[in-house]
Ligand binder design. Structure first.
Ligand code: NAP
Length: 257
């Protein structure tokens, strides 16, 4: 079975790893090409956009793809809506790995906002020491609130993005551990954390560290994400693919095998 994984996440790499040595699957992993040093993957990888839903549909048809797993990040909503449209058009089965969101505990002080601009505004008029744990593309919104001191952690340098003047950059990629996150928040005397609700374990330690230190969190809400059949991890996506094998129709044969 020829499978496309839309990736850029731990789950996508995990699923690629699961399928890599399985002779029943011929797998391609697709990455947007946002990171300058993408991790080495266990399966054939392609990098770069397809050119919208039409481009994706054309690529799926050309590659005779039989199943798609959308394992993109919960905040990557455009590619997911393209995947739904393209798979519907070609009647290709689609499953979406949607990581469960993090949930606040009773004593957590979370303020949920719609986007990075609203997060910058929610920091208020008094200067604060802010930890921005966001993608580089979201950092530009904080230039509108230049009176705070920012520690911004991203995977790649935010080249071409005008940052607030008082910003210290940390370039690092998870997973992160709670003791190190607590040390960072304490050493930098952070007053408030700004985060997306990414879910998953790899970047959760900043949330538990903020909880332990009583630091409030400005949480950017998840966008609405179009989706196919929803599963919540790579193993479940693997089981869904195995079931698809049972319903598969081999061209030229009278019945599915
Ligand atoms: P997006 O807004 O949903 O997608 C924008 C465009 O990027 C898409 O229309 C598509 O271009 C291209 N694209 C996105 N994911 C792709 C993939 N896996 N393979 C090929 N093309 C892809 O996505 P985004 O938020 O910019 O995220 C880009 C990538 O970073 C995704 O792979 C996502 O899983 C990963 N990521 C995102 C976040 C986040 O917070 N957004 C965090 C961690 C990782 P075309 O229309 O030309 O096909």
């Amino acid at each position: 079975m020829r499978v496309l994984i839309l990736g850029g996440t731990t789950e996508a790499s995990g699923l690629a790893h699961l399928l890599a040595d399985d002779p029943r699957f011929e797998t391609t992993l697709s990455m947007a090409g946002r990171t300058s040093k993408p991790r080495t993957q266990a399966v054939r990888t392609r990098i770069g956009g397809f050119g919208g839903a039409d481009g994706l549909a054309a690529w799926l048809a050309q590659e005779t793809i039989e199943a798609v797993i959308d394992a993109t990040h919960p905040y990557a909503d455009q590619i997911s809506s393209n995947a739904v449209a393209a798979c519907e058009r070609l009647a290709i089965p689609l499953a979406t790995i949607l990581r469960p969101a993090w949930r606040p505990e009773p004593d957590d002080q979370w303020l949920t906002v719609a986007n990075a601009g609203a997060a910058a505004e929610a920091l208020g008029p008094q200067p604060r020491r802010v930890f921005l744990s966001l993608g580089r593309l979201e950092l530009g919104a904080f230039a509108a609130s230049p009176h705070h001191h920012y520690i911004a952690r991203t995977v790649d340098p935010p080249e071409g993005i005008a940052l607030p003047r008082d910003t210290r950059l940390i370039l690092d990629r998870g997973p992160f551990e709670e003791p190190a996150e607590m040390a960072l928040l304490m050493n930098e005397k952070i007053d408030v954390l700004v985060s997306k609700n990414s879910g998953g374990a790899a970047t959760y330690a900043k949330i538990t560290a903020a909880r332990k230190l009583g630091i409030p969190v400005v949480m950017i809400a998840r966008p609405h994400k179009s989706h196919g059949h929803v599963v919540d991890n790579a193993e479940a996506a693997g089981r869904w693919l195995e079931k698809r094998l049972d319903h598969r129709v081999i061209p030229g044969s009278a019945r599915g095998v």
